[in-house]
Design a protein around this ligand. Structure first.
Ligand SMILES: Cc1ncc(COP(=O)(O)O)c(C=O)c1O
Length: 348
């Protein structure tokens, strides 16, 4: 079998030829002395894209979120998070082990904590209860199938937190996907938060790196947190050069990934038992349950890979598909054929 369509994640994307040549010729210096011209340019550009005063380059999204949490909070604080958010679900308890911060975990349909519930925590007497130092949002929301949080919802959270002088951090790993789906610029989404982390290494296809953006004062703190986490780099311009290409050339094409995800969702929705609603697919992620197929996710994944499609095992009976630059429309149609055949066979 020649063809292998990799739908596990948008992190599997390879750098473009333009990225590779930009990396080759990047002007570099010691970034810890602020002397790497390419990193400086990436940070300027990143801040501009999300309408913030300043930005700092970090090796990963996880480090970006952790550095933001360390910069906003004090040990013993609470932070409010959605139960399915990446910070809580995947980031290895960094907030607790590195920041001494406890999560207050909230559940909601769209991944945005309920403002009333948030206010309940913010208004508590800090001499008797832990201080709630931060609210974290995720847009788009990975585990909720790449859904967007509507701007109205973000605005309400912002209004509530502002009343108590507490910040909001956005895990905007896929903020440019959210921007396309909401029909706004990324900076409009970021205008409802104090800090934002976004990834260059997912759909934007850079090999490495994420950005944290916020006020100049906050970014100064984030630089110190990055150092604490061991993430201050030297001639990082070699990597940042690809990040500049990601931000200048790769955001518009995310629309193609969204179109392909719709093709996948509409194709798979032919299998009624799956109860997959394509209208809920807003960006580049499709999630479905394999229970109706009487298969575990692992069994489904094994069958799919034998036929040339790689999927992500998201839970014991949950599979995630993520469209990305290295999966063309033709590949997507092929994946639909393969997966629909596989499902029909298991149901027959
Ligand atoms: C929503 C979200 N936030 C943060 C991250 C972390 O990024 P990284 O893998 O670069 O640490 C991811 C990665 O998949 C993600 O999906």
């Amino acid at each position: 079998m020649d063809r292998m369509v990799d739908l596990r994640s948008d992190t599997v994307t390879k750098p473009t030829p333009k990225m590779r040549s930009a990396m080759m010729s990047a002007e570099v210096g010691d970034d810890c002395y602020g002397e790497d011209a390419t990193v400086n340019e990436l940070e300027r550009l990143a801040a501009e894209k999300v309408g913030k005063e300043a930005a700092v380059y970090v090796p990963t999204g996880t480090m970006g979120n952790t550095a933001a949490i360390l910069s906003h909070t004090h040990p013993g604080d609470n932070i409010i998070v959605d139960i399915e958010c990446h910070i809580y679900y995947y980031e290895r308890g960094n907030m607790a082990s590195l920041g001494g911060v406890m999560p207050v975990v909230m559940a909601s349909d769209d991944g945005c904590p309920e403002p009333d519930k948030v206010e309940e925590y913010l208004q508590r007497d800090v001499t008797r209860f832990p201080r709630t130092g931060l609210v974290c949002l995720e847009n788009t929301h990975n585990r909720r199938g790449g859904r967007t949080i509507p701007l109205e919802r973000m605005k309400t959270i912002r209004e509530v937190t502002a009343k108590y002088g507490r910040p909001v951090h956005l895990d905007g790993a896929r903020i440019f996907n959210a921007a396309h789906a909401l029909g706004v610029e990324a900076r409009e989404i970021a205008s409802y938060v104090d800090s934002v982390m976004f990834c260059l290494s997912k759909g934007l296809s850079a090999p490495v790196g994420s950005m944290i953006a916020g006020s100049a004062e906050f970014i100064q703190k984030a630089r110190i947190a990055r150092k604490r986490l061991g993430g201050a780099m030297r001639q990082a311009g070699v990597l940042a050069a690809a990040g500049i290409v990601a931000l200048t050339e790769m955001t518009d094409r995310l629309v193609e990934d969204h179109q392909n995800a719709k093709i996948l969702a509409e194709g798979l929705a032919q299998i009624e038992a799956l109860e997959l609603n394509p209208e809920k697919v807003e960006t580049n992620i499709v999630i479905f349950d394999t229970k109706p197929l009487r298969l575990t996710a692992a069994e489904f994944g094994e069958k799919a890979i034998k036929r040339g499609v790689k999927v992500s095992l998201y839970g014991p009976t949950t599979v995630r598909l993520v469209t990305n630059k290295d999966v063309s429309r033709e590949d997507t149609l092929y994946a639909v054929d393969v997966l629909v055949d596989l499902m029909k066979e298991t149901l027959s």
